[in-house]
Design a protein around this ligand. Structure first.
Ligand SMILES: Nc1nc2c(ncn2[C@@H]2O[C@H](COP(=O)(O)OP(=O)(O)OP(=O)(O)O)[C@@H](O)[C@H]2O)c(=O)[nH]1
Length: 466
């Protein structure tokens, strides 16, 4: 045979020399003939059927072929059973995914896990399942504690950047530094990374407890090398006496089908989690938007309202007069203004106090509001001075209205010894008027009413005579 670097694969060779180690083994075991048939699965050597005989015996070709055929038939049956079991498992996982697909976005991943935990524990032959994301944990069954789960997921995120599941039957052998702190007895971990959004990662974690495995070998299976001269030689097993091996610190191994199932369920859970996040975010934005709109309305209301009397403030009534002016210029819509001021209000304050003065202001406003027609606008011009904008009304009608206001003020009971009266100035819009023109005329009319003895209505129609 030509010398070469790599050993020659003789697995399918029918006739080949028996290795010296095997001959030694046969001598050790006191056997003179042996027959071994390899069992291959799609992924490689799966097992070996081995039989021995004490006396030397030559198996005929047909005898050998029969044994090989029998092994093949049995192997096929075995793999068929395994494939059926895998099919049933896939079907169960498929059912779980169908259920998840029907989940509504109102339910968070924690709730979904809580509902399915029992089934998933059974499907994954696990003792505990946990979900870790956004520094929150939710767990079911036998799992490490919350702080340990957070620590474990941080470590996993550093170690495992892939989007496939990561699994071990023995956490202590993975290099996880805090595996000794985990006291729940779980040593097997299947961890599926969840991609919730660009920045948020989570973990779906399944835990298995230690499973002490006792294996009875036909003889010590490990071949121990022995030094012969300056060479190392393998010493094959010495007898068929049962050699018992006890495997500790390991969980059941995670099967490829279980890893695939964890990936499918994890992906579904991640999709549900991100859909849930989007729904929550929208709800929050909506309610924040509504709160903001309410706050804006409130601010606007505050900005245009007189805090003492609750009617419009000067800013607002002045704005409305400007709007009326623009409409009057464009469409010729008439309007009038009444400006009035409480007479000797300083005396009211001086005699009864400022609080009492405030009360008079409020009482006066309340008594006047019922006199207003729809469209009339009453505002506080400042201090004890008020303005009424009367749309669609000429000077005559506005003067009658002002007179009614005056009479109403006098007729109102303020609970004071002295009567409360107002002096009123009335003016009407004329084409070409500016806001200032209107205000000057209304003010001068009111001033003349004061001058004439107060508690009177005066008009300023000076423009009419211009
Ligand atoms: N209580 C109270 N008083 C106010 C308020 N705003 C203005 N005043 C008072 O109203 C009074 C107005 O006094 P003056 O401008 O001298 O006028 P008057 O006493 O009403 O006299 P005439 O206008 O000439 O009839 C002052 O004493 C102000 O302090 C207010 O919101 N509350």
């Amino acid at each position: 045979m030509p010398s070469q670097e790599t050993p020659v694969d003789l697995s399918s060779g029918a006739l080949r020399a028996v290795s010296p180690v095997h001959r030694q083994y046969m001598r050790n075991m006191g056997i003179a003939s042996s027959l071994s048939v390899a069992i291959h699965s799609s992924t490689g050597l799966w097992g070996l059927l081995s039989s021995h005989k004490q006396n030397a015996d030559v198996l005929t070709q047909s005898g050998r072929d029969s044994v090989v055929t029998l092994v093949r038939v049995a192997t096929q049956r075995l793999f068929l059973l395994k494939a059926e079991a895998a099919g049933r498992y896939r079907e169960q996982i498929h059912q779980q995914r169908t259920v998840l697909a029907r989940e509504v976005q109102e339910r968070g991943p924690e709730q979904i896990l809580a509902e399915h935990a029992a089934e998933w524990l059974q499907l994954f032959r696990a003792r505990g399942v946990a979900l870790v994301y956004r520094d929150q944990t939710s767990r079911h069954g036998c799992t490490p504690m919350d702080s340990q789960l957070l620590d474990l997921s941080t470590w996993l995120a550093e170690q495992w950047r892939e989007l496939n599941p990561w699994a071990t039957a023995c956490l202590a052998q993975t290099g996880y530094p805090k595996s000794g702190d985990i006291s729940c007895g779980c040593c097997g971990l299947l961890a599926m990374p969840l991609v919730i959004d660009v920045t948020t990662r989570g973990w779906l974690l399944f835990f298995r407890r230690e499973q002490v495995e006792i294996i009875d070998w036909a003889g010590q299976p490990r071949k121990i090398p022995e030094r012969v001269g300056d060479q190392l030689r393998l010493t094959p097993r010495q007898s068929f006496a049962v050699w018992r091996e006890e495997l500790r610190g390991q969980s059941l191994a995670w099967q490829p089908a279980e890893l695939a199932a964890a990936r499918d369920l994890g992906d579904d859970l991640a999709v549900l989690a991100s859909a849930h996040e989007v729904t929550r975010l929208n709800e929050r934005l909506e309610s924040e938007g509504e709160a903001l709109a309410r706050a804006n309305d409130h601010l606007h209301e505050l900005a245009i309202t007189d805090s003492l009397t609750g009617i419009m403030n000067r800013y607002r009534i002045e704005h409305l007069v400007q709007v009326a002016l623009a409409n009057a210029e464009r469409y010729g819509q008439a309007f009038s203004l009444v400006l009035f001021d409480i007479d000797h209000f300083k005396q009211v304050n001086d005699s009864y106090g400022h609080d009492e003065g405030d009360r008079i202001l409020k009482t006066l406003v309340n008594s006047l509001v019922p006199c207003l027609r729809e469209g009339d606008q009453l505002g506080r011009w400042g201090g004890e001075e008020f303005m009424v904008l009367i749309p669609g009304t000429h000077l005559g009608g506005a003067t009658e209205f002002a007179e009614r206001l005056r009479a109403r003020v006098v007729a109102t009971d303020y609970g004071l010894r002295d009567p409360v009266t107002v002096s009123l100035g009335v003016t009407e819009w004329f084409p070409g008027d500016s806001l200032k023109d209107l205000l000057v005329r209304a003010d001068s009319a009111m001033y003349r009413a004061k001058k004439a003895g107060r508690n009177q209505v005066f008009t300023d129609n000076s423009k009419e005579h211009d």
